[in-house]
Structure formats: structure tokens, C-alpha cells
Design a protein. Structure first.
Lengths: 839, 492
């Protein structure tokens, strides 16, 4: 909540210039002894309170004054007065104007509702008194690798940075979490799935040095790791299985999704991962995978609404592409510059359209709602490739057979067409037309009448024709079923790109050429002026943002919040990093490691900081509710997709096939139908498809799967999703078929796991929360179990209903009453706060 | 602890159990946690359902209305056939649009350039109604009867020419999807009173047999960058109104209660051991889920509604998923303390159906809309409730289709002028505000832009539209973007 409702009362603000300046000159509190730092202390004040009218946006600038660059602030404004006189706060117009009681004169003007506080005025004054040293926003200076502070007993630099900050704050780190907790946390974080009780046992019993590191290596090597990382990338890439908007045609971008999983598993360096997705098609002799990767850029929504102007669509797609790339790699809020120069960050509207121009070279014209709009890339499976090959060969062979038969059947001089054979001219027109075509060229409309005509009096010939027809149908069907992934492909001659006034496609202004935003980093020498050059610029060693933005997202994945909390915005209005040196160290380490993601993740999860217990004394929780200081481990409610995957896993239902076309699990009836007036019908899958990982669930953009919550809508790029806590989530995990079926399948596992109820309950706890129940928990749940069983024994009909929820059939020796009772207990345990959280 | 919570007859035991739990909770959790357990106050009381907290000190001004019911007419009702009477259209029926009316204006690709298009007379006759003499056509006989209770805003205009962007603009202040919607802003600012129902509820319907293709995108009731607890909860038109509301077959409410008691006790144990306040919130959310399992069926149980009330809404009021049913439900929702109800009805997109589907459309919406106003008034709820009726733009005074093909007469999208009406809390009844030119083409006086209407709605709810902001990606966003003026002329 950032609304500012403070009263504007010049009278109370006008204390005394003397007081403020006295404070400013170091006569105030002890804190004043510390030097004011421009980028940390001053720039945020200027940005928040001044830049809207005196910042980078030339069109909005008032009084000819610009406070975002030194020359502007130190030179005279339109009034002739000098805003900032280094060394002399009293002579500085800025100070006079924030202090004055004159409502016409005071800055910021009262109607802006952004008054400057006394402390902020003091800071400005001190900074001017100290000579007004200038600097840049921290995120626009390239990261340098800081030396980790020396902290005794600490070897991981992450811990050195975190511990030294804790020491400054007078805080102690939390002890390491228990091994059970730790492995559960690590398994969910790295694979999205829980550890098995056996895995926990092995880890707990491993007393050799390096036990934890061995678990880290095992999990990083698991193919589940790529699936886990892919979810977040898909949200950033606004991946979906349909277009969005009216029509909402189904697309086939999933080979791109599978590519992402493969690349994460292969630990593709992040620079290649980036280059391929932005510009794989522009690499020298690009491999199919490299072209496939550019599907990233084409994952945007497509609007097929009738009456839409294609050009308007086309521009919308370009906006989306530009802003997605800016968010994902630059942590920049480029959407602000669509209509005007940025109010806070050094990006102009021209920068926006120059960046957009990189994407404005394809043949995409914005017309229609084709969910495989060109340029696209066919992506057949190996089986499809083989089958197609076989079909083509067979088609040729079968055409030869037909040709041979026809040479006998319709005798004529060599080289003459069939039509010149005797008697052919007497055949019906339709038959003549068909015969006129070479057998290889004839389609179904030709072959059908032909075969029908001779079915009774020349069976062998008709048979050959029918075979030709079948082969052809199969080949055509096969071709239709082969996924086509929308990819990037520049045209040799491409259209001009213009700055669009207010972002309106109808108001082109100055022509721009593709160029990277100025002032961040220079492009490597010789880099081409196309998307490949853009990628090279993004990955250039001196780039201030790319590595920071990337490591910050990784941090967010493990701690719930990034070191920069606003992981989508590293600009002046974003939040400053909680640990700036650590962020920079990680950024440089990541880049210098060859953009090695697994190295980065290993570094993070092996840190003592990550391994801390999440419990903390109430006073520390109160002092640091969001855990920004990292004096404890993270405790986070799992993403909803992970909750589902975990439930399926515990139930023994999870089907771990990697990749392939999307699946449609249970969903309440009528969801699609209601949203689309019946034009889209949800046809739920059966069998194994019900139990695939959530990553593979079909994502209809206009009405996303109902079985997830707090997920990105997949409509536009999202790099940070909320974690809320509302009753609708409880209803889902209590009542959705997926979860009830999982509970009963888990109940069947419980039944087979041991012979007595107490043993069974212990097994259940170990399975789901990775620990044994204590006496209170055991007493409570066994008591309930007993009651449930009695209840279901008297109402066998209800018991049967409950144990038949869902489609899976599990043979069990347990009677329905017992199974139903255990189902309720399993559902209870799956809904425990502890089960829903990674602790 | 005695442990047979499963005796189905022992309801008192269950109740006691809960009391014990809450009682102990009071000492074990501290006041903040307890407050959130009870669903109100506390830093962690974060619920899409009841007792949702508003901003401190909100509403900052004395509100004229406490609840909003937005009867959104998706597809754009034809203002020149329903409310904006233009005799000159009849006079010039079949003639080209005179010079100066459409020069330089953008229409949808279906129209392209509007020059030379033929004007079309209103399909049905108009009459002046009631004391106020407001014009309402024969398409809407029931609305006509309540005309004196309504305020017609006849100078509405918008920026967008296609449905989704225009609806998005109307409901969220921006054409591009992803901004918080009116209901989200209202609940963010004001919270809501009920502990048993969501703060912001959405219902949708479409007339049977219409050929309309507009979709109810979920961003029409999204929370954008506001926390997701402020997003509208869509009540469905068939089956459980709230997804996953029903217990699985075989599990009756007493078993569910027993199970939730176990969960509460075990989670409370965890809370004691760990101290994470999110656990307290979780406990309260599971309790609220249980309450919703009771309150929603109670909400939808119409058995206690007298026939005289039901008949106000027309014949399809008992049929779940109809506009009439949704209007009645809107009243029942605000009666129970829900802050904002958005009832959306699609099918107003008469490109070629002015003489056919428009009748169906009016039949399905006219009586329920008027009935809602009457019902609210009879109960004394209209003073506290703001009812808004309208679409995303108007329809062209000129024809789409051929003049000699009356069966397929249509009108295209028209952003330059249209009519909405408002009723209830703080709005002048019996007023027609604003005027269009003699063809209904452009607003000539007292224009009300979409952002002005939004500013006015917030004002009526006691909120200054320039002050209710939320910082996202470095900018303070608000519903009205950088625009909007409270239309003081229509305030009572």
C-alpha cells in the first residue's frame, strides 16, 4: 500500500531552515556522521518527488528544469535560478522550494500529493552541503565483484555477505534445519516433488562428510529439475496452449515448452539459452532446436476478434514482445515508455520503438486468429517422421502400381495421356478428369469416384486406387497432426518502424531503426543490427542488468522474495536490493561461471543461509516479517501446481512422462462452455493423462485451468506471482476430485503399508510431511479414524461413494468403511498447513 | 481430550470443540492472530471472503452508497433505439450521413469509413415517461415504468471501438488487460462487511439463442496488480455457484466439520510450535471455506422469497444462469454485505439483428433490471446501493446491412456517444443528463467519458478517485489513470 494520505500542512513543515541546515551540516544526530550516498539516499528522493516533472520525460518537463542529470540540476532553470549549488544548500533553489510555506511556490506542488519529509529535506541539504556528488542509479552501473566480508567459519560467500549484515543488525542466524526438513525443502525447491521416506532415511543415516552436497547433486541431476524450473520460465514467457481472445484457437507451442525442460536439464548456459530464444534463427546455419527456441518471442496472445484492425493487432504483438524481453532480461518497465519517455528511468519513447524494431521484421501481419501463424516450424516426433517417410515411399510405389495398371487397362501409344486411350472419352466427365491427372497427384476428390466406378467390374484396379486413397488420407492426417511452432524469421526486406504517438498505431511519428537502449551498455564490436545483436548486447560482459536480474529470479525461487523484491523492476522505482553486494557478487559469479545455472543454484542451496531452520523468535519475526535480513530459512506455501503434483506423488498416482501434447485432467463441468458460450468444450482425458505433472496441463488462455491458484494468467509476461491465503484455495484442496482421489489412493497405500493403525499413521506422516507424528497428533487422528470408521460402517453407501471418487481403480483388501475412514484422514493430512508449505 | 468427534448426533461436542479451540487460541495466539482467526482485523486477515479489511480511514468522505451493482450490458446496447430519441433519424431514414458528422472518425473494420453510410430510423417508437419525461422506447416497457427513479447519462463516450478493449476500459480504466477492475479497487479501498461471502462477486449470462460471440474474459473482474484477494469471485451459472463448494460424495457436513476440527487443532499445534502467522490465517480461511459451504446454499435458496418479489424480476428468475436470476442474486448478495456485484449480460452486439435478437435481448434484461430497482427500493436498500446499467459503447446511427433487408438490419460499434443509467445512492432520480447531436452521433453537451463515470462511482462510495492509488512498477496507478472528473451535476 503506497497511497499517500499525509496531510499537507506548510505551517508545521516550516520549522526553521536553520534547524534543517544545522542538521544537514552534521550538528544533528550521530547518524549524520555517515556520508550521504547519492544513489542510495538522494536519487530515490529526487525520483519519487521530482522526476515526474523534472525527469527524463522531455514532454512532461516543467520550468525547463531537469534533475535527473547533473548538468541540468547545476545549471540555471528557465527562471534563471540554480536548483542545486554544490556546497551551499541555502543558495540552492531546490531547498528553498521544498521548505517554503508559500503554497504557490512550494515543491512538489500540493496537488501532486507527494510532500517531501523533514528527514528527506535534511538528506538533500546534507548531500548538497557535501558538494552534491553525482552518481547513477545502482542498477545501471555494471556489477563489480565485491570481496566477501571475512566472517570466521564461513566459506560460502553468500553466507559471508548475509552474516556480516546480520552482525551489523545485531542478529544471529538460525540454526540449520533438521535433515528431514532440509531434504523436503531441497527436493521441492529443486524438483517440485517431495522426497520419499527412503530418501529421507538415506540422508538422515548418511554420516559421511558431504552428505548434503550429495543430495544436492542427485536432485540437480534429476530430470524433474528441468520440469521444476520450466514452470517459472513458462510464466515469464506467457506460454499457453491457446491464443487468448475471442476464438481462442488452440496452438501447438508445446515442443517449445519441452525444449525448455530439456535445456534446463542439460544445463544449457544461460547465455546460449538467451541467444537461442531471442535469435536462434539468426545464428549461422541454425539447428532446428535453435529455431524452435525462438518460439519464446511468439508466445504472445493473438487476437482473432472480428472487426479488429490487423495493424492494431500486429502492433499489440510487438508491444508484448518488446515488454516481455525488457522485463525478463532487463528488469525494466518498458511499458511506461510505450506512450512517453520514462518518468524515472533513462529510457525514451524512441528507445522503446528502437527496441521494438528488432522484432518488427517478420512476415506477421496481425490478421486473423491462426494459432500457427507463419513463420512457423514443423516439429514432428521421430515416429511421425518415420511414418511420414514410409507413407511417402508407399504413395510413390502405389502410384507406380496404379500407373502400370492403367497402362494395361487404357492401352495407348507410349507417352500419350490416358485420355487418348480408346473408350476413355465415353466415360463420365468426373472419371475423365480424374484419369487426366497423374496418379501421384490425385487427391481424395479424384480417387473416390474413380475407385467407386470400377469397384464392381475391376476389383484389383479399384483396390489399388483405394489403397492410394488410404495412404494419402493418412499422410494428410499425419501432416495436420504434426505440431507447428510459431517461430521468428526475419524478412530480407522489412517494413519501416515508427515511434507511435501515445502508442497509437494510427499515429506514426519519426522513423526509427533497430537499436538498443542507450546508456546501459555498449554493444560488442561488430555485433549485427538484428535480434542476434540484441542478444549479444544483453549478454555483453559490461551489461549492468542481465546477470543481476537473472540471479535475482533464482534467489526468488529459493527464498520466496528476490534480493530485489521487485524482480520485474530494477529501475528507480523498483525496490533497492536488501543485500546489494551479495547481488553483485552473485551476478558476476554467475556470468564468470559461463552463465552456469546449476552452479548458481548449487551455490545457493549449499549455503548455510539456505539451510537455516525457518523457526524464529517472535521478536525477530516482528522486526523482519518478510525475512529480508535472512536470519532464518524460508517457509513458503507451495505454488498450487506443486501442491497438486505432491498430492499425486504421495498417492502413487503421478505419471512421470516428460513432455508431449498438453493433457486435460479433471475440471468441473462447464467451465470452458460457460466462458465461451459453448464454442469450446472441455473433453477431459482419461487414464494416465489425468496424473501427469501440472506443467503439462492444457492452458486455455481465456479461461485458465481451475485447479491452480496464485499463478500467472499466461496472458502477459509475469516474473512474480502472489501468495495469497483465501477460502477458495481451501475448497479446492478439500473438494476437487483430483485431491479426493489422491486421498483415497493414498489411503490404499496406507492400508498396505503396515498392519496396525498407529503404524499406518506414522507411515502416512513420514510420507507426506517427512516426519513422525507426536503423541497429540497421533491421538487426535487415530481417535478420528476410529469414529469415521464406525460412522462409515453404519453407512456403507456413503463409504462406497467416497472411495469411488475419481477414475482410478485400486484393488485393496480393506473394506470400504476402513478405506473411506482412511481417505478422510489422508485428506486431513494432505491439507495440513505443514503439508502445503515448504518449511 | 475425549476423542469421539465422530458421533454424528453429538453436534454439541463439535460446537464445544470449536469454542474450546478458539478460547484456547485467544491465549495461545495473541490478539493479532485471534483477530484474523475471527476473520477481521490483524495484519494477516487476508481473505477473499468476509471481513475483508479496507484501507485505514476509508472511506475518507461520507459515502452516498455502500454497495455497487453494475448491470453490465456486454456487446453495446443501441442507444438510438433504446434511450436516445432522435426524430431526425426517422426523417433522414435511408439518406446518407450528412457532412460533418463522421469526418475523420474511426469505426470498426466492418464499417471502415463512415462517409456515405445510410441513416436508420429507430426500430421501435419512443415515448416520454413518468413525471420526468425521460425518453424510453417501446423496447423497454418495464424500464419505462421506473424511469422516474433513474438517472440517464446520455452523453457517455469512450476511446475504444472493439468490445474487449472497451469493456476493459469501462471496468478497469485501461484498454489493455491487466489493470485492477472497479470492484477490485472498491474492495481494496473499502473492504467488506460479510465474513461468509466474497467481497466482490461476478455473474454472467447470455440470452438463449443469440448469435453473439463475446467472451467474458476473467480480466473483466481481475485484480490486476492488486493482491488477488481483491479479484471478483465468479459465481457460476450452473452447478455449484462457487467452484469446489460441495463436499465430495459420501462426505457429509458433519464429517467435514469433524475433519476441519482436526485440521484446526493440528494446525494450531503447528502455529504454537512454529509461530508463522500465515498458519493462523490458514486456519481462519479453512473456517471461512466451511462457512461458505453453508452461506452460499443459503444465498441461493429462494424458497423464502415471496412470489410478489420474484415476479418483479420476470418469469426466468428461478432459472440459474439467467439475467433475472442474477439480478435477484445481486440483491441477496448486497443484503448480506457483499460490496460489489457485477452482473454481466452478453448479446447486445446487433450487427444484423436489430429486428430480431434485440427483442430477445430486451425481453431478458428489461424486466429484471427494473425489478431490481423496485425491489431495492421496496426494501429501503436503494439509498445505500448504486445501480449502474450500461455497456461499453453505443451503436451507429447509420445502418449496417442493406436498407431493403429489414430482417438483417444492424448497427456497428459506436464509441462517440451512448447512454447508461444509474439509480440509487446519491444519484438524482428522474434526470436525463447530457445531450447528443440530432442524429445521436456525437455528444454535444455534458459529455461523460468512461473515466468520469468511474470517478463519479468512486465519489459516491466516498472515495476520491485521485487518491485511491496503488504503486506498481514504480508508478502510482488508479482506476481513472490520469483522467476523470466527478459528474457533480447528477449527484443528488
Amino acid at each position: 500500500m503506497t497511497s499517500d494520505f499525509r496531510d499537507w500542512n506548510p505551517a508545521t513543515r516550516w520549522k526553521s531552515l536553520g534547524t534543517v541546515l544545522g542538521f544537514a551540516l552534521g550538528l544533528g544526530s550521530a547518524e549524520a556522521a555517515e556520508t550521504v550516498r547519492f544513489s542510495r539516499d538522494v536519487l530515490p528522493i529526487l525520483a519519487d518527488h521530482c522526476f515526474a516533472c523534472h525527469g527524463p520525460d522531455a514532454a512532461a518537463r516543467k520550468g525547463g528544469l531537469r534533475l535527473d542529470v547533473r548538468e541540468g540540476a547545476l545549471g540555471p532553470g528557465k527562471s534563471g535560478k540554480v536548483a542545486i549549488v554544490p556546497g551551499d544548500p541555502k543558495a540552492s533553489e531546490v531547498i528553498r522550494r521544498v521548505l517554503t510555506a508559500d503554497a504557490d511556490d512550494v515543491m512538489p506542488p500540493p496537488e501532486a500529493h507527494r510532500p517531501v519529509s523533514q528527514d528527506q529535506i535534511a538528506t538533500l541539504s546534507r548531500w548538497i552541503a557535501e558538494g552534491a556528488p553525482w552518481g547513477r542509479h545502482w542498477a545501471y552501473e555494471p556489477p563489480q565483484r565485491p570481496a566477501p566480508p571475512s566472517v570466521p567459519g564461513v566459506s560460502n560467500p553468500i553466507d559471508a555477505f548475509v552474516r556480516s549484515r546480520l552482525a551489523r543488525e545485531g542478529l544471529e542466524p538460525a540454526p540449520e534445519a533438521s535433515r528431514e526438513t532440509l531434504l523436503r525443502r531441497l527436493s521441492f525447491d529443486l524438483t517440485g516433488l517431495p522426497p520419499t521416506p527412503d530418501e529421507i532415511r538415506v540422508f538422515v543415516e548418511d554420516t559421511q562428510p558431504g552428505a548434503y552436497e550429495r543430495q544436492v547433486d542427485r536432485l540437480l541431476a534429476s530430470p524433474r529439475h528441468g520440469e521444476r524450473l520450466a514452470w517459472d520460465w513458462l510464466e515469464a514467457a506467457r506460454y499457453a496452449d491457446s491464443n487468448g481472445y475471442q476464438g481462442d484457437g488452440e496452438r501447438t507451442m508445446w515442443p517449445w515448452r519441452d525444449w525448455v525442460v530439456r535445456e534446463f536439464n542439460a544445463n544449457r548456459p544461460f547465455d546460449d539459452f538467451t541467444t537461442w530464444q531471442l535469435a536462434g534463427d539468426l545464428l549461422p546455419s541454425p539447428a532446428p532446436e535453435q529455431r524452435l527456441a525462438t518460439g519464446f518471442v511468439r508466445n504472445h496472445m493473438i487476437n482473432g476478434e472480428g472487426g479488429r484492425i490487423p495493424e492494431e493487432n500486429r502492433i499489440d504483438y510487438l508491444f508484448d514482445q518488446t515488454e516481455t524481453v525488457a522485463t525478463v532480461w532487463l528488469g525494466a518497465t518498458f511499458n511506461c515508455t510505450r506512450c512517453h519517455d520514462h518518468k524515472y528511468d533513462p529510457f525514451t519513447q524512441k528507445d522503446y520503438f528502437s527496441l521494438l524494431a528488432f522484432f518488427d521484421r517478420t512476415a506477421v501481419d496481425g490478421g486473423g486468429g491462426d494459432p500457427q501463424a507463419r513463420p512457423n516450424l514443423e516439429w514432428p516426433s521421430e515416429t511421425q517422421k518415420e511414418r511420414r517417410q514410409w507413407l511417402e515411399t508407399e504413395l510413390k510405389a502405389s502410384a507406380r502400381t496404379v500407373r502400370t495398371l492403367e497402362s494395361v487397362k487404357f492401352p495407348r501409344p507410349a507417352g500419350k495421356p490416358v485420355l487418348e486411350a480408346s473408350g476413355v472419352r465415353d466415360l463420365p466427365k468426373e472419371i475423365q478428369d480424374a484419369l487426366a491427372q497423374d496418379p501421384e497427384q490425385r487427391d481424395g476428390a479424384r480417387l473416390n469416384p474413380l475407385a467407386a466406378h470400377w469397384r464392381t467390374n475391376d476389383a484389383p484396379y479399384a483396390g489399388a486406387l483405394e489403397r492410394q486413397k488410404h495412404l494419402r488420407d493418412e499422410r494428410d492426417g499425419l501432416n495436420r497432426s504434426i505440431p507447428r511452432v510459431m517461430v521468428m524469421e526475419d524478412q530480407e526486406r522489412f517494413r519501416d518502424t515508427f515511434v507511435l504517438a501515445r502508442g497509437n498505431y494510427e499515429q506514426p511519428g519519426a522513423r526509427v531503426v533497430a537499436a538498443v537502449p542507450k546508456g546501459l551498455s555498449t554493444s560488442p564490436a561488430g555485433s549485427p543490427t538484428n535480434r542476434l545483436g540484441l542478444a549479444q548486447w544483453i549478454l555483453s560482459p559490461g551489461h549492468p542488468l542481465t546477470a543481476r536480474v537473472a540471479v535475482n529470479r533464482s534467489w526468488q525461487l529459493f527464498f520466496g522474495l528476490g534480493l530485489v523484491k521487485t524482480s520485474e523492476d530494477f529501475g528507480l522505482q523498483g525496490e533497492r536490493p536488501s543485500h546489494p553486494e551479495l547481488l553483485d557478487w552473485l551476478a558476476v559469479e554467475f556470468r564468470d561461471s559461463g552463465w552456469d545455472l546449476k552452479h548458481l543454484h548449487r551455490l545457493i542451496v549449499t549455503s548455510a543461509t539456505y539451510r537455516q531452520a525457518s523457526r524464529t523468535p517472535p521478536e525477530i519475526r516482528e522486526r523482519d516479517p518478510e525475512n529480508r535480513l535472512l536470519a532464518r530459512g524460508a517457509r513458503l506455501r507451495m505454488p498450487s501446481w506443486m501442491i497438486r503434483d505432491a498430492a499425486l506423488f504421495h498417492a502413487g498416482l503421478l505419471v512421470e512422462d516428460i513432455g508431449g501434447p498438453p493433457v486435460k485432467p479433471y475440471q468441473p463441468p462447464g467451465i470452458w462452455e460457460e466462458a465461451t458460450f459453448g464454442t469450446k468444450r472441455y473433453e477431459q482425458d482419461h487414464g494416465a493423462s489425468l496424473y501427469r505433472r501440472s506443467l503439462y496441463v492444457f492452458w486455455r488462455r481465456i479461461v485458465g485451468p481451475t485447479l491452480f491458484f496464485d499463478v500467472a494468467s499466461r496472458q502477459t509476461c509475469t516474473v512474480r506471482t502472489p501468495r495469497t491465503n483465501v477460502p477458495l484455495h481451501a475448497l479446492l484442496t478439500l473438494n476437487d476430485i483430483t485431491y479426493v482421489e489422491a486421498a483415497r489412493a493414498l489411503a490404499a497405500r496406507v492400508a498396505g503399508a503396515a498392519d496396525t493403525d498407529p503404524e499406518r499413521l506414522r507411515w502416512l506422516y513420514r510420507e507426506v510431511v517427512g516426519r513422525l507424528p507426536d503423541a497429540e497428533e497421533e491421538g487426535r487422528l487415530l481417535g478420528s479414524l476410529h469414529g469415521y470408521r464406525q460412522r462409515f460402517a453404519t453407512e456403507p453407501g456413503r463409504a462406497r461413494e467416497l472411495v469411488e471418487v475419481g477414475e482410478i481403480r485400486i484393488p485393496t483388501d480393506l473394506d470400504p468403511a476402513a478405506l473411506a475412514a482412511w481417505t478422510v484422514v489422508c485428506s486431513t493430512v494432505l491439507n495440513l498447513d505443514e503439508a502445503l508449505n515448504v518449511e | 481430550m475425549s476423542n469421539d468427534p465422530l458421533n454424528p448426533l453429538d453436534e454439541s461436542h463439535l460446537l464445544l470443540n470449536r469454542r474450546t479451540f478458539l478460547g484456547r487460541g485467544a491465549t495461545a495466539l495473541g490478539t493479532g492472530a485471534l483477530a484474523s482467526l475471527l476473520g477481521r482485523g490483524g495484519a494477516t486477515a487476508a481473505a477473499s471472503g468476509g471481513g475483508l479489511q479496507g484501507l485505514p480511514g476509508y472511506p475518507p468522505k461520507p459515502p452516498r452508497a455502500k454497495y455497487v451493482i453494475y448491470l453490465f450490458q456486454n456487446g453495446a446496447p443501441t442507444h438510438v433505439d433504446l434511450f436516445d430519441y432522435k426524430p431526425k433519424l426517422r426523417e433522414l431514414h435511408g439518406k446518407s450521413v450528412p457532412d460533418g458528422y463522421v469526418a475523420g472518425k474511426r469505426f470498426s473494420t466492418m464499417t471502415g469509413k463512415a462517409d456515405g453510410k445510410l441513416l436508420l430510423a429507430p426500430v421501435e417508437p419512443f415515448h416520454q415517461r413518468g413525471q420526468s419525461g425521460a425518453w424510453v422506447s417501446e423496447f423497454l416497457p418495464y424500464t419505462a415504468q421506473v424511469a422516474d427513479r433513474l438517472c440517464f447519462v446520455k452523453g457517455m463516450h469512450t476511446d475504444a471501438v472493439n468490445h474487449a478493449p472497451a469493456i476493459s476500459l469501462m471496468l478497469s480504466g485501461a484498454q489493455i488487460p491487466g489493470r485492477p477492475t472497479l470492484g477490485a479497487w472498491l474492495t481494496y479501498g473499502l473492504g467488506c462487511e460479510t465474513e461468509n461471502l466474497p467481497a466482490f462477486v461476478v455473474m454472467t449470462s447470455v440470452s438463449k439463442g443469440t448469435t453473439c460471440g463475446q467472451i467474458f474474459y476473467d480480466f473483466y473482474w481481475g485484480s490486476g496488480f492488486l493482491p488477488s484477494r481483491y479479484q471478483g469471485v465468479k459465481f457460476r451459472g450452473n452447478g455449484d455457484p462457487v467452484l469446489y463448494l460441495s463436499n465430495p460424495s459420501g462426505l457429509d457436513p458433519s464429517l467435514r466439520r469433524a475433519m476441519l476440527d482436526d485440521l484446526a487443532v493440528l494446525n494450531e499445534r503447528k502455529l504454537r510450535e512454529h509461530g508463522d502467522p500465515e498458519i493462523a490465517t490458514r486456519i481462519s480461511q479453512y473456517e471461512m471455506a466451511f462457512r461458505m459451504q453453508t452461506s452460499v446454499p443459503e444465498l441461493t435458496d429462494l424458497s423464502k422469497e415471496p412470489e410478489s418479489v420474484l415476479s418483479l424480476y420476470g418469469p426466468s428468475v428461478r432459472e440459474q444462469g439467467t439475467f433475472a436470476y442474477n439480478c435477484l442474486m445481486a440483491r441477496r448478495l448486497i443484503e448480506r454485505g457483499v460490496r460489489c456485484v457485477q452482473v454481466m449480460h452478453a448479446g447486445w452486439d446487433q450487427h444484423r439483428s436489430l429486428t430480431t435478437e434485440l427483442y430477445t435481448q430486451c425481453r431478458d434484461t428489461d424486466q429484471p433490471s427494473a425489478g431490481l430497482v423496485l425491489d431495492l427500493q421496496q426494501r429501503g436498500l436503494l439509498d445505500d446501493t448504486l445501480v449502474i446499467w450500461g455497456g461499453e459503447f453505443g451503436r451507429t446511427p447509420f445502418i449496417q446491412g442493406a436498407l431493403d433487408d429489414r430482417k438483417n438490419w444492424g448497427r456497428d460499434h459506436h464509441p462517440y456517444a451512448y447512454t447508461s443509467w444509474m439509480a440509487g445512492g446519491g444519484v438524482k432520480a428522474g434526470l436525463s443528463h447530457g445531450e447528443t447531436d440530432d442524429l445521436g452521433m456525437n455528444v454535444v453537451s455534458d459529455g461523460v467519458h468512461v473515466h468520469d463515470l468511474q470517478a463519479t462511482i468512486l465519489h459516491l462510495m466516498g472515495i476520491d478517485h485521485e487518491r485511491l492509488t496503488y504503486r506498481f512498477q514504480g508508478r502510482d496507478f488508479r482506476l481513472t489513470d490520469v483522467h476523470g472528473r466527478v459528474v457533480s451535476e447528477i449527484l443528488s
